[in-house]
Ligand binder design. Structure first.
Ligand SMILES: Cc1cc2nc3c(=O)[nH]c(=O)nc-3n(C[C@H](O)[C@H](O)[C@H](O)COP(=O)(O)O)c2cc1C
Length: 213
């Protein structure tokens, strides 16, 4: 039974472009995976603590030697990693905030990057341990950061996410970007703006589904 992990990180809910596009992805994914299940992980509705010294100490304490307090400190990280392991596929909504990823997404990333669990350093070489998953990142940015534009070097979202998840072992990764959402604040029609991006989601899923058949 296929499992999709759906993650959102926009605080704007009804106004959010990334949420609307990940939601369209989920609707279409469900239609083509009638036996599938979706794990919903809304990072704006999830309390995730920042990393502390105690947390780091717990991570680097061998599992069998951890105290009950240390296990408690790692419980949230353990369950967020379990969601990644349980799912075959991920769709992750990423709004650009201050040229990078939203702080709630970074808090989640800090909890799921765990030595020995999601990556290892066997023989001094990094090795990703999240293997065989398919991920689609749906990015929304107020400005436009296309390659070759003056603003391209300000885009720390896609390069960061691509490198990070590559480090964790993901190789089947797709980025769909809705750039220039700022136009919506200046009167551009929302449906007209979203139409090509909804189409891109649909085309990506159709192509993915064909590959699976
Ligand atoms: C706190 C905050 C910071 C933002 N920083 C940037 C930025 O650095 N560059 C940019 O192009 N747009 C920026 N924006 C605009 C968002 O990228 C844009 O609204 C996008 O649509 C967000 O995705 P969402 O609609 O899913 O929330 C920012 C928006 C917010 C709320």
């Amino acid at each position: 039974m296929p499992v999709l992990l759906h993650i959102d990180s926009s605080p704007l809910y009804g106004r959010s472009v990334s949420r609307e596009l990940t939601s369209a992805f989920v609707t279409q994914w469900k239609a083509s995976h009638t036996d599938g299940t979706v794990i919903e992980r809304d990072l704006n509705a999830t309390a995730i603590s920042p990393i502390t010294e105690e947390w780091v100490n717990a991570v680097y304490t061998p599992e069998e030697a951890r105290t009950p307090e240390q296990n408690k400190l790692l419980a949230s990280s353990d369950s967020l990693i379990a969601e990644l392991e349980q799912a075959d596929e991920y769709v992750i909504g990423v709004p650009m905030h201050n040229f990078g990823v939203p702080s709630v997404l970074k808090l989640w990333i800090d909890q799921i990057c765990r030595v020995g669990k999601t990556f290892s350093y066997a023989d001094g070489k990094p090795k990703g341990l999240i293997i065989g998953k398919k991920a689609t990142f749906i990015i929304a940015t107020g400005g436009i950061y296309d390659a070759q534009t003056q603003m391209a070097s300000f885009n720390f979202v896609e390069p960061y996410v691509r490198s990070l998840f590559g480090f964790l072992g993901l190789t089947d990764v797709t980025f769909l970007t809705a750039g220039g959402t700022m136009a919506l604040n200046y009167g551009q029609d929302r449906n007209a703006f979203l139409a090509p991006h909804l189409q891109a989601v649909q085309a990506h899923l159709a192509a993915t589904h064909e590959k699976l058949l």
